[in-house]
Write a protein that binds this ligand. Structure first.
Ligand SMILES: CC(C)(COP(=O)(O)OP(=O)(O)OC[C@H]1O[C@@H](n2cnc3c(N)ncnc32)[C@H](O)[C@@H]1OP(=O)(O)O)[C@@H](O)C(=O)NCCC(=O)NCCS
Length: 169
């Protein structure tokens, strides 16, 4: 398994192997933010196919609650691994890669959000990797379905953070 930063030609492959929900391309939006310099979009590859991805948002979580509690804390966002490949260490490798990038930038910590309820295995993984709860927030996002309707979603989440003193090694 290898991890690379997304390139323009990877967007179609991401769409093929980790399809976006609804009409608008999840991956194209993330690649556009990388081009704009506000994020790094990481792809994990298995057998030359995208197996998982995560976006490191250098300006931190969009939620005001998190910005207030943890200013200038980059966020690992939209971490996901293709279902048949889950449980093989790919998610962990993406998180560790993001931590090393952040440590090299000299930021003292990095964080990520997890649903308050409904994703206990992900929460257990993050706790094992050293992430600790800092602040509760409402994750607001939207998507356009196949009929072109916009759906606004609000998920109660907890933002977790980890100090990066050891991550650069
Ligand atoms: C959560 C997720 C990114 C973890 O990536 P992964 O490659 O499966 O994780 P790893 O193999 O590195 O680590 C395995 C651990 O991840 C956690 N995990 C969470 N969901 C899991 C799943 N569906 N399958 C396997 N492990 C999962 C568990 O703690 C597991 O440890 P365990 O087997 O001892 O329970 C991935 O399972 C996933 O994409 N899940 C669906 C989307 C999601 O929940 N994203 C996170 C939003 S906060």
């Amino acid at each position: 398994m290898r991890i690379t930063e997304c390139e323009q030609t990877d967007v179609a492959l991401l769409e093929e192997h980790l399809p976006s929900r609804g009409r608008s391309s999840f991956h194209a939006r993330r690649f556009a933010r990388q081009l704009a310099g506000s994020s790094t979009y990481l792809i994990a590859w298995e057998d030359e196919r995208p197996a998982g991805a995560a976006e490191v948002r250098w300006n931190g979580c969009a939620a005001a609650e998190v910005q207030r509690a943890l200013p200038e804390c980059p966020e690992i966002n939209a971490l996901h691994v293709a279902e048949p490949l889950q449980g093989r260490g790919i998610g962990t490798a993406l998180i560790r890669h993001a931590e090393r990038l952040a440590a090299r930038r000299g930021v003292p910590r990095i964080g990520l959000g997890v649903a308050e309820e409904g994703n206990p295995r992900a929460a257990a993984l993050y706790a094992r990797l050293g992430y600790r709860p800092v602040v509760r927030y409402l994750d607001r996002w939207s998507y356009v379905d196949d009929r072109g309707e916009v759906h606004d979603v609000e998920d109660p989440c907890v933002f977790l953070a980890k100090g990066l003193a050891a991550a650069a090694r």
